[in-house]
Ligand binder design. Structure first.
Ligand code: SF4
Length: 97
């Protein structure tokens, strides 16, 4: 019997996210030009939370964050982002993953 595999994207789609409006749990520090690490977040965040704006600065929309910690490891020590867990009752729900 053939085993069925789900693509990662299909599994991620099954997660749910409770938005804490106006209280994002991650923020990007002000900068004019992003560092290489900050810029890397636009490619390595598995949830696609980081993007570049028209000025080339890196921004975050934390909705959908899976709390994997990748951005925290890469950029928080240098103070390029501020990272906290979402408040209780908010954030990702992995029940369906
Ligand atoms: Fe993306 Fe992971 Fe950072 Fe959340 S913790 S914003 S999923 S890299």
């Amino acid at each position: 019997m053939a085993q069925e595999f789900q693509r990662v994207e299909e599994k991620l789609y099954q997660n749910r996210y409770v938005v804490d409006s106006g209280k994002p749990h991650i923020s990007v520090a002000e900068h004019k030009t992003p560092s290489a690490n900050l810029l890397a977040l636009t490619r390595i965040c598995p949830a696609g939370c980081y993007t570049q704006n028209e000025l080339g600065q890196v921004e975050i929309a934390a909705d959908g964050c899976m709390e994997c910690g990748t951005c925290r490891v890469l950029c928080e020590p240098a103070g390029e982002i501020v990272w906290n867990y979402p408040r209780g009752g908010y954030g990702v729900l992995f029940k369906f993953g």
